[in-house]
Design a protein around this ligand. Structure first.
Ligand code: SF4
Length: 465
């Protein structure tokens, strides 16, 4: 049987690209494999944004060499940003790799899968391609039979902002906004395939401009929200420079919007923001967030922060700490700066690793306290969340995501996926930095439908949670 294993590293753009690869593969007759060891084609969809991601990708590819050695008919493919960046290097370093497809070569990857398909024999087994298969297995991109519920949809590629630490404009190119008609067709296809939540994805989605008409991101949100069957809309990631009042106003008027706004600040210090080429001051950032919240007071603001960027002094870092101490962020994704080849910042004097680590620990302590506080406020409430899959940490539990992007864990309530009722009402009784947990008390067929009661699982009744 032709089987494909896809492992996705990195951002939601890669998730969206992997969904495209899955579509091409399944329509060519492949079945998705749960483990690399069981697949005829192995695809690693890679990321270069962090040094760690790059090292992990090379590690995985070396591991897959053993699989290829055991069965030379297996095809090993690399896709994504690292493929774009290291195309030539891979040819010499990884001779067992059969195909390297950059971010602009997805269609060619789909064509290659079709061409290879006849090489893998069929055993006649009937396969339910949508429900009985999963993508990935051990990576960031572990998803499962609930995949179709949350559709990632690229609305643009590349970025034109050239932050001095970022590799994206160099490997993905400048902004290339998708035509509105294409986006809407894909939204409708995803809804027909079972999507309840549409996640609009791009490096800077709020810079979106429809190539023909000039319609902006707020216009796009309104148009997507008007499509029948779309229950919820989310988007990631946004740039503070492009946070305009029209977007805040429109977001506040659309009941389908998920109340979560991811706005990467990167630093609280103006000298650092200038060095990073971020195109805003910290005062502008604060003012824009305040403006946004004046229209959308219940929204969660989440962010990205880089610690130890070249030239960062203790005073610069203190300003980042001060910003985070305000409790502005419901979640912060923090990274110690690591140089990316080909970017201006990679040539600059680094901050000593021990100073980076010490600052990182202090920042984590401050942000974690506020994140935990945000989660604590959910204790005693019942939240409605879209089911995501079996918890990676504990296979006796399911995981779901609230509309403000908080992970919710609860004891298993089903032995087979129930995609007809994907909205779970969970009564929250515990909170942590990673998210919240509780008991499922109801489930609903639609976001705004009444829930039918769910009985507590036996494992809970005996107090084993
Ligand atoms: S805005 Fe900056 S960090 Fe974000 S993708 Fe563009 S260049 Fe990279």
């Amino acid at each position: 049987m032709a089987t494909i294993y896809i492992e996705t590293h990195g951002c939601q753009m890669n998730e969206a690209d992997s969904q495209y690869i899955v579509r091409r593969a399944t329509s060519a007759g492949y079945t998705l494999a749960e483990r690399a060891e069981n697949a005829s084609v192995l695809v690693l969809n890679t990321c270069t944004v962090r040094d760690n991601a790059e090292k992990r990708a090379y590690g995985r590819l070396h591991h897959w060499k053993a699989i290829k050695s055991a069965d030379p008919s297996v095809r090993v493919v690399v896709a994504g940003c690292l493929a774009e960046q290291d195309r030539d290097r891979m040819a010499s370093l990884l001779p067992h790799v059969d195909g390297v497809f950059g971010t602009k070569d997805l269609r060619a990857l789909g064509d290659a899968l079709e061409n290879w398909r006849p090489e893998f024999s069929d055993d006649g087994e009937t396969v339910d391609r949508e429900l009985d298969t999963v993508i990935g297995g051990t990576s960031d991109g572990v998803t499962g039979p609930y995949d179709a519920l949350r559709a990632f949809l690229n609305i643009q590629r590349g970025c034109s902002y050239f932050c001095t630490f970022c590799i994206v404009p160099h490997v993905r190119g400048r902004f290339d906004h998708r035509p509105l008609g294409d986006i809407l067709d894909e939204v409708k296809r995803k809804v027909a395939a079972g999507a309840r939540e549409i996640m609009l994805v791009g490096q800077t989605v709020n810079a979106y401009r429809e190539p023909a008409t000039g319609a902006d991101f707020a216009d796009l949100l309104e148009i997507v929200a008007a499509i029948d069957g779309v229950e919820r809309i989310a988007f990631v990631s946004s740039h503070p420079k492009d946070l305009v009042e029209k977007l805040a106003r429109v977001a506040a008027t659309l009941p389908k919007m998920n109340p979560r706004f991811h706005l990467a600040v990167q630093s609280g210090s103006n000298p650092m923001l200038r060095r990073m080429n971020r195109k805003y001051t910290i005062e502008e950032f604060r003012d824009r967030v305040a403006m946004f919240l004046s229209y959308n007071p219940a929204w969660a603001i989440t962010t990205d922060i880089i610690v130890g960027f070249p030239g960062e002094t203790e005073a610069d870092f203190q300003q980042t700490l001060d910003l985070c101490s305000t409790g502005m962020f419901a979640q912060a994704y923090m990274f110690m700066y690591s140089p990316r080849r080909g970017t201006p910042a990679s040539h600059w004097e680094p901050v000593a690793p021990e100073i980076q680590r010490e600052r990182f620990a202090r920042l984590v302590a401050v942000t974690d306290a506020h994140v935990r506080g945000y989660h604590d406020r959910k204790i005693g409430t019942t939240v409605r969340a879209l089911i995501h899959g079996v918890s990676r940490k504990d296979p006796t539990r399911l995981a779901a995501k609230t509309t403000d992007n908080v992970t919710v864990h609860f004891p298993m309530i089903e032995t087979a996926p129930n995609l007809a009722e994907p909205w779970i009402d969970v009564k929250i009784d515990r909170a942590a930095v990673w998210g919240v947990s509780g008991i499922a008390v109801g489930r609903a067929r639609a976001w705004d439908a009444p829930a039918r009661p769910v009985e507590a699982p036996l494992i809970d009744l005996v107090g084993m949670r």
